[in-house]
Design a protein around this ligand. Structure first.
Ligand code: NAD
Length: 262
C-alpha cells in the first residue's frame, strides 16, 4: 500500500507552521499540487519553495486572514476561478486563546466561530463543485480531542470544536453520495507553537516550571510523549488517499491515547 497523491490538487490551511505545515510538506512529497493558505505572504513564499517538486508538482499560496471571512471569500473566488479543481481540502487554523468559558467575552466566541466555522464553510462552498465534478473529494478538518471530551482551561476552544465537529458530520451525510468524504483529525498535545504557548500559559498561571507542566501533561498520555506534527500529517495523508474511500464522518484522535473515552 503506497499513498500516491499525484495529479491531485490540495488546499491546506494554516500551512505556514505546525500541523498544517507538516501536512502540506507530506502531501507535496506524495505528489500533490498544494495551495497553502495562511496570513503571511512572505512566510508562505518560503514554504512554497520548501515543498517537493520532484514529480513536477506545482505549488502556490493564498495569503488570507480567517478573521476576515469576506476577504477570504474574494481571494478564493479569484484562485478557484482559474479554473482549478481541488480534490483535497484541509481546514485548519490557529486555536483560540486559553481561558475559562465563563470568563470569555462575547467577541471571543464570535471570533472563534468566524475563524473556524465560517471560514471552513466558505472554503467548502467554494471547492465543493469541483470536488463533485471530479468525483474525488476529501475534506479533512483539524480540530481537537475536545470534540470528544472538553479540555480544562480551553473554554472557547472546547465550545467551537463541538460546533465544527457537528458541522462536519452533517456535511459527511450530505456529500457522501458525490464521493466526497468529510473527516476530522483530533490532535492531542503536538509539538508546535500552539503547544508551547499553552504550556507557557499553564506554567505562569500555576507558578510551575515549564518542565513540571510538561511532565504533568505527559502523565496523562499513555504513550508518554507529545506528538510530532508529522505524525498528524500521516493520518491526514491516509484520509486524503484512495485507501480511505470508505471512511467518512469520523473523528480520528492522534493523541497518544490521551482522550479518556472511546
Ligand atoms: P499553530 O499555531 O502552530 O499553527 C496555526 C496555523 O494557522 C499557522 O499556519 C498560522 O499562521 C495559521 N493561522 C493562525 N491564525 C490564522 C488566521 N487568523 N488566518 C489564517 N491563518 C491563521 O497551531 P497547530 O499546533 O499547528 O494547531 C493547528 C490546529 O490544531 C489548531 O486549531 C489547534 O488549536 C489544534 N490543536 C493543536 C494541538 C497542539 O497540541 N498543537 C492540540 C489540539 C488541537
Amino acid at each position: 500500500m503506497q499513498i500516491n497523491l499525484q495529479g491531485k490538487n490540495a488546499m491546506v490551511c494554516g500551512a505556514s507552521r505546525g500541523i498544517g505545515n507538516a501536512i502540506a510538506m507530506l502531501f507535496a512529497q506524495l505528489g500533490a499540487n498544494v495551495t497553502l493558505v495562511a496570513r503571511n505572504a512572505a512566510i508562505l513564499e518560503r514554504v512554497v519553495r520548501d515543498l517537493d517538486t520532484s514529480k513536477g508538482q506545482k505549488h502556490d499560496f493564498i495569503a488570507a486572514d480567517f478573521s476576515k471571512p469576506e476577504e477570504l471569500k474574494e481571494k478564493l473566488r479569484l484562485k478557484v476561478n482559474e479554473p482549478k479543481v481541488y480534490n483535497i481540502l484541509v481546514n485548519n487554523t490557529g486555536g483560540p486563546p486559553a481561558g475559562l468559558a465563563i470568563d470569555a467575552e462575547l467577541h471571543e466566541y464570535t471570533l472563534a466561530f468566524t475563524n473556524h466555522l465560517l471560514c471552513n464553510q466558505i472554503l467548502v462552498q467554494t471547492l465543493v463543485d469541483g470536488m463533485r465534478a471530479s468525483g474525488y473529494g476529501r475534506i479533512i478538518n483539524i480540530i481537537s480531542t475536545s470534540v470528544k471530551v472538553p479540555l480544562k482551561g480551553l473554554g472557547v476552544s472546547n465550545t467551537i470544536r463541538g460546533a465544527v465537529g457537528n458541522w462536519s458530520k452533517t456535511l459527511a451525510n450530505e456529500l457522501g453520495k458525490y464521493n466526497i468524504t468529510v473527516n476530522n483529525i483530533l490532535p492531542g498535545a503536538t509539538e508546535t507553537d500552539r503547544l508551547k504557548q499553552i504550556i507557557e500559559g499553564k506554567a505562569s498561571k500555576q507558578n510551575h516550571s515549564i518542565e513540571e507542566v510538561n511532565n504533568e501533561m505527559m502523565e496523562e498520555i499513555p504513550l508518554a510523549r507529545f506528538a510530532k506534527p508529522e505524525e498528524t500529517a500521516f493520518a491526514a495523508a491516509f484520509l486524503a488517499s484512495e485507501y480511505a474511500a470508505y471512511i467518512t464522518g469520523i473523528n480520528l484522535p492522534v493523541d497518544g491515547g490521551r482522550t479518556p473515552s472511546l
